[in-house]
Structures are given as C-alpha cells and as structure tokens.
Write a protein that binds this ligand. Structure first.
Ligand SMILES: [Zn+2]
Length: 477
C-alpha cells in the first residue's frame, strides 16, 4: 500500500466518522429525556435550547435509533422539526392557546344506528391485509403500496355510495418517500370547520424487512376503515367537513402528520378537533379504553370523549369501560396537531406499560391480539366522536316541531310555551360537555327556575308526553 492510498483510506474513514456523528436531525423532546441521553451518549445529541420542560435538540441518526429502541412507551420519544425555528415554536407552545369547541351530545338516534352497523370481521380482515405486506417501514416499496391499496379500498366504497361530496387524495412528503392518504367528506352547512380522525399506516421493527405492525398500527387503520364503511353505507352527511387520515412515517418522528398539520396551520384551516387512533387491538388492562391526558392533549376534548362513553357505552350492547393514562412526549400523531394549536386527543388500547409488548418487532402479529373485539370499541368511539363533533350548531332533531316551542328568560326563570297538540312532561338541562346538570319533572306550569345555575351556554331538552324530544340551546346570563 503506498502512502497516497493510505491517506485516501484515512480520509474516507474520517469522513465516514464525521458523517456518522453528524447531528443533522432537528427535533424536540422531553427535557429530562434529553438530559439523560446527553449524559449517556454525549457525542450523539446536542441540546440547543430548553423551555417549558421541552428541549430543542440535534440528533445523529444513531441517536434516533437508540431513542426508538429504548422508548418505554409507544412513540419514538422525539418529534422531528424542519428547522430550529419550528422547534422553538414547539418550546413556546402553550396548550391554553388551543381553541375549544362547545361539545354537546344530542344525536343518539344516528349514533346508535352507526354503532349497530360496526363489523368485527371487517376490522379483522383489514388488519390481516395490512400485516400481509410483511413490512410497511416508510422507505420500503411495500409501505407506499399499502397506502395506494388503502386508497383504492376507500375509493371503491366512495364509488359504491355514488357520492360526489366525498374524495380521497395522496399527500407526498419532504421527509419520507411514503405518501399519506386523506379522505374528505365535505360539510353540508359549515364546511370550513374540520373534524379529523387519523392514525399512521407505517410500521417499524428492529428488522425493517420484517415489520408486520398488526397492532401498531394496522389495528388503528382497520378501525378507521370500518368507520369510513359505516359512514358511507349509512349515507352520513356531516354539517362540518370530516376527514380521515392515514399517515406515512410516524415511527421515525411523526413526519407525515407533522407536515400535514403544519400545512393546515399555515393555510389557516379551522380544525375544531382531532382524534388519533394508534393501537386499538391489544386488550391488556382492566379498563378498555385509556384516554391519554399528557399535557399536549386537549382536556376539553378528553372530557368530551369521557362524556361520549358515559352516554353511549355505559350499558347495553355497546358497553365498555374507560380510564385515563399517559404516554410520554409526542407519543403519536395527535401531538402534531396539538403542537400546531389544534385540540387533539388519543384514546389508547391499554394503560401505560400494559400495552402490547410485541410492537416494533417481527412478532407484532394478529395472532397476539387474536381478534378484532378490542378494536371494535375504538371504532365505535370514533363514530360517536365524528357524529357529535361534526354536527351543525343548529340542532337538527325534530326541527319541524321545534318551531312550536317558544322560550324566554326573565328574573332567573325560564318560561316556555308549546303550541302543538302535545304537552311537556319533563325537562333536562345539559352543559356543553353533555353532562346532565338538572332534571325537572311535572313541569306543566310553563316555567322552571334557573336560579343558581352558572352563566354559560346550555342545552335544554323538553320531553313531551308522546315521547318527542325538543331541544333548545340557551345562554344563561
Ligand atoms: Zn403507532
């Protein structure tokens, strides 16, 4: 070997090392986690700035792999940012900035029809279809193919429904060769307000040629696909625009959802609420559904989810239970929406640490979750969420007899008059979280006292003796 060759080899070796240690990935993560890894892997991570318990960091590719593999929770422990400026915006994020919709629960007729239509078999078939790609790791051709095939599956349902107000589109990404998929049902009276539900379709494993991702997250995509089927087969028409999203590249740092949520924010899209379904298949805890209440989740939306389950799932054929848990920093795509200022939540399959232990391995298979029974509950919750969140502000139940009811307030009294043949039997008042706050029986006299009820917006439900329901939204002042 001559000296020139030796120098060349040294140069190549040095540049390889420089490349290997190049901390070129900008991300945000929990500041305690960042400090821990700065201590254990000082050459793989730089902490640029810390604020509000979050750090903007620079990571090597190797560090991202370590973070993913050592993650005690579902997500990769970090969220990729396009620039330090974008990362700084995350540091300055305050959940209080999130706008909050007034959520009510007023559509039991529609909701129960949809819940009855949910098919466990359909969910199981979709999970198996997705598992059969072998891998959906974002750089693999199978990942892109799975998105194209899902588009075709959703398009076939749209075609069968003969609807022109429903469409799908692929979204390409700067940070991944894999596209995301979005289905849109245009709102028929408030189309500029968006109610969105989503989950990631990519997978990951220590062997990325063998990443079946049955629970993580074929189960969530199967729940979403069943939601689409039920909505379309039942000719559902929302007042607000409803979107269903299947994301690319969640597993490498929420890349697909981060690009989409940032795009919606920069176009001033009014997303009134976002729900994430990521892992719905494995039944590992005492309760069925765990609402994640990490700081970036919307507490108003979480309360709404709890109220939905109190209303629709506390007894009967659609009964299941829920609790609360946490999942750590940016554990799934809902964080992308939350960090862009949108109210976002995620109901999860189990309590922290009791979820599927085989995810991110070649053993994340349908045989572990055995059936689609658990995923059915999340499908139902998703339907409840869409119907109640995407309805119009104008109450549309019994509109034709609604006109016969007149109400007015004076001196802490609510007066009402009903001009139909029917008569009012009982009255109930609900707050904007759908919680019943008061019931009035024997109310033929034409007024009720609203003294000692806090100022705010309420829904008053009048039940007639022939079992008709009339609803009025009122402002108590
Ligand atoms: Zn996942």
């Amino acid at each position: 070997m001559n000296q020139k060759t030796l120098l060349l080899i040294i140069a190549v070796f040095l540049s390889y090392n420089l490349w290997a240690q190049n901390k070129e990935i900008i991300a945000t993560m929990d500041s305690q986690t960042a400090a821990h890894y700065k201590n254990s892997h000082p050459s793989e991570i730089d902490i640029v700035k810390t604020s509000n318990g979050i750090s903007a960091v620079l990571l090597t590719e190797k560090m991202t792999q370590i973070l993913r593999m050592e993650s005690p929770v579902h997500g990769p422990q970090f969220m990729v940012a396009k620039s330090l400026q974008e990362a700084s915006a995350v540091l300055n994020f305050s959940p209080k900035e999130n706008q909050v919709q007034n959520f009510t629960i007023t559509e039991p007729g529609l909701v129960y029809d949809f819940l009855d239509a949910v098919s466990q078999t359909h969910i199981e078939n979709t999970i198996l279809d997705l598992q059969n790609y072998g891998t959906r790791y974002h750089t693999k051709s199978q990942a892109t193919q799975s998105v194209l095939d899902l588009k075709q599956k959703w398009d076939t349902m749209i075609l069968a429904s003969s609807r022109t107000d429903i469409s799908t589109r692929l979204v390409t990404h700067a940070g991944s060769p894999m596209p995301s998929l979005i289905l849109t049902i245009e709102g028929n009276s408030e189309p500029s307000e968006y109610v969105i539900i989503g989950g990631h379709i990519d997978s990951i494993s220590w062997n990325n040629d063998d990443a079946p991702g049955a629970d993580d997250n074929a189960s969530g995509i199967a729940s979403l696909t069943e939601i689409v089927r039920v909505l379309l087969e039942n000719k559902y028409q929302p007042s607000k625009t409803v979107e269903v999203m299947a994301y690319a590249a969640e597993e490498i740092g929420l890349v697909g959802s981060a690009e989409i949520a940032a795009d919606y924010k920069s176009n001033n899209v009014n997303v009134v609420s976002y729900l994430q379904l990521d892992m719905t298949g494995y039944n590992g805890s005492v309760e069925d559904v765990y609402i994640l209440d990490d700081w970036y989740s919307s507490s108003a939306l979480n309360q709404f989810l709890a109220s939905l389950m109190d209303t629709y799932n506390s007894s009967g054929a659609h009964q299941f239970t829920y609790g609360f848990s946490q999942c750590g920093y940016a554990c799934s795509d809902h964080a992308s929406w939350a960090l862009n200022g949108y109210p976002a939540s995620m109901p999860f399959e189990a309590k922290l640490g009791e979820d599927n232990p085989f995810i991110h391995t070649p053993d994340d298979l349908f045989s572990v979750i055995q059936n689609g029974e658990h995923a059915v509950k999340f499908t139902k919750l998703g339907l409840q969420y869409i119907v109640e969140a995407a309805k119009g502000q104008k109450l549309n139940t019994s509109d034709f007899i609604q006109d016969k009811l007149t109400i007015y307030q004076r001196n802490h009294m609510l007066f009402y008059r009903f001009s139909g043949d029917d008569a009012i039997e009982t009255i109930a008042m609900y707050d904007m979280n759908g919680r019943k706050i008061r019931t009035f029986g024997s109310v033929q006299e034409g007024f009720i006292s609203i003294e000692n009820i806090q100022q705010g917006i309420y829904v008053v439900v009048f039940n007639t003796i022939t079992s008709q329901q009339l609803m009025k939204k009122i402002l108590i002042y």
